[in-house]
Design a binder for this molecule. Structure first.
Ligand SMILES: [Zn+2]
Length: 539
């Protein structure tokens, strides 16, 4: 068995990128240098913080947290709330000190389903750079990203991962899951189980962390998942409608799939009165209005909450140790397109070409609001209620649920979309501490970095967030645009932001600077001087 590519064959993990490139859709421009962030420091001390450690433990403090270079080396309780701190109890001075009295420290966030942009953006104008994407993530506290599909190329992504790990670029740490090319309607070069195994061996050799599936013929999928477990590759699957009749989320979970992405394949696992969803006769999967309108009817056709079938399916997923990355946010606009389209951040933070990409189109992925109706929104609201109930119960029964944003589609942008996902997990029934746990320690477990990141613990990487306000009080305060508050003393509206500093690998980023950079990048990327007004008003 050869370990390199066969004659004329591409390196594993480059297939979709090469195909898109031939269609005039190149990868995004990768980041090359770091123009923000200070450190790492030989000794950095965060003084007097209230700690929310990411495990689900409630806040406690005050504590001094000592960082040496990229590691947490001490967490020292220094007294009682609202009492003067005895200086003798405090660890010695660092070469850099950050005053955290009255502030909150959490672990950095893990975005468990994300793309560093996609080549599709070339269809709608100038492409954003990876730097734009990374700065939006860091400005919203995202310090680890699970890249699902490496559409810019596995080699491209592994290069960015390496640069990020050395902190020569300002970017979250990256975990690379390559696109598994066995999908008829996208790209298929794997046709047999043995080809799948061989491809995965080559993928592993190149340094991938995992695989992103969109479904595949069952024999290929089963062999691939078996090979993944032999090789130590992790896996996530978007169970696309074209593949789901033969293999729903429960089938692949039992074959060893690490996580189900979005909701696809879950209603089908819960079907008890049918095998196939009631598709209208004129349905065409490639008509994205149809695809997403009909998808909003799937949970209403499945076993309902509390029924024996519902409970049995829940139990089976738990037995398989399966993880859900629901990504509630990309479909949020399906419940209220005006909300998604007019979000506070578009004017200043949405790259013009990305904004153009979101506009109704029959060809672009996720641009399906060309005939979205009141009925569609009502169906999707009902769909969310059942979906959220399943996810919340799964968490309550001990199942792992992680926060992923899938930003860059359907009026959702990087960073802002992740914070919206935290709001939606809370809407699903998660206590804010459970939301933070999903966003930190649970995410770290999913990506295989639980020993390194995801909680505030001695020995772990110095991936920490410093918040000026308690994030548990209101996740809206984490938006780069802040949350609207009335100042009773002045009678004026203020937009308050919680997240002051994002620390990744001991490098300290000022979120205000990152946000200012993004605003400048967006202005510089405009081809029309009045693009801002066009975004705000219907034309
Ligand atoms: Zn995705």
């Amino acid at each position: 068995m050869s370990s390199g590519p066969l004659h004329g064959e591409l390196d594993a993990g480059e297939e979709i990128t090469v195909a898109l490139g031939k269609a005039g859709q190149p990868p995004l421009e990768g980041a090359v240098g770091r123009d923000r962030g200070e450190g790492p420091f030989d000794r950095l001390v965060l003084r007097g913080a209230t700690v929310i450690d990411g495990t689900g433990a409630p806040p406690w403090g005050p504590a001094d947290i000592v960082l040496e270079r990229d590691r947490i080396v001490a967490i020292v309780p220094v007294g009682s709330p609202k009492k003067a701190i005895d200086p003798n109890r405090r660890p010695p001075q660092g070469d850099r000190e950050i005053d955290c009295h009255g502030k909150y420290v959490t672990p950095g966030f893990v975005d468990c389903h994300a793309h560093i942009g996609v080549p599709f953006y070339a269809l709608s104008g100038p492409m954003p750079s990876a730097d734009y994407v990374y700065k939006l993530w860091l400005a919203h506290g995202v310090t680890t990203v699970r890249e699902m599909g490496t559409f810019n190329g596995l080699g491209w992504t592994l290069n960015q991962k390496e640069l990020s790990s050395r902190n020569t670029i300002a970017a979250p740490r990256l975990v690379a899951h390559a696109y598994f090319p066995a999908v008829n309607d996208m790209l298929k070069v794997i046709h047999t189980p043995e080809q799948a195994r061989e491809w995965l061996r080559r993928l592993k050799q190149r340094g991938a962390d995992g695989v992103k599936f969109f479904g595949a013929p069952p024999a290929i999928m089963q062999a691939a998942l078996d090979e993944c477990s032999k090789l130590g590759l992790r896996s996530g699957c978007h169970h696309a409608q074209l593949a789901v009749t033969r293999m729903n989320a429960l089938t692949s979970a039992r074959w060893g799939l690490t996580s189900s992405e979005h909701y696809y394949g879950l209603p089908e696992a819960l079907f008890e009165k049918q095998i196939v969803q009631s598709f209208p006769a004129d349905y065409d999967y490639n008509d994205e209005y149809f695809r997403f309108a009909v998808a909003g009817q799937s949970f209403s056709q499945a076993a309902q909450p509390g029924s024996p079938k519902w409970n049995e399916v829940m139990e089976r997923f738990l037995e398989a140790g399966h993880t859900f990355v629901p990504t509630f946010v990309p479909y949020d606009g399906n419940r209220d397109v005006m909300r998604a389209r007019r979000a506070d951040w578009h004017d200043e933070y949405t790259w013009e070409g990305l904004w153009n990409y979101f506009q109704p189109s029959r060809e672009w992925h996720g641009a399906y609001y060309f005939r979205w109706s009141t009925t569609n929104e009502i169906e999707w609201k009902a769909n969310y209620r059942i979906w959220m109930q399943f996810i919340n119960e799964y968490k309550n029964h001990g199942g792992r649920v992680c926060a992923g944003s899938d930003s860059g589609f359907i009026f959702q942008i990087f960073g802002f979309g992740y914070i919206r996902e935290l709001e939606l997990l809370q809407e699903a029934g998660f206590h804010p501490l459970e939301v933070v746990r999903a966003a930190t320690s649970q995410g770290a477990e999913l990506v295989g970095l639980a020993d390194e990141v995801g909680s505030v613990d001695v020995g772990k990487k110095a991936d920490l967030l410093v918040h000026d306000h308690n994030p548990l009080e209101d996740f809206k305060m984490l938006y780069g645009t802040g949350a609207m508050r009335l100042n009773d003393a002045t009678g004026k509206v203020e937009w308050q932001r919680a997240l002051a500093l994002t620390i990744k690998d001991g490098v300290v980023y000022d979120t205000a600077e990152l946000l200012a950079d993004v605003r400048r990048i967006v202005v510089a990327g405009r081809t029309q001087p009045d693009a801002n007004d066009k975004q705000a008003a219907p034309t």
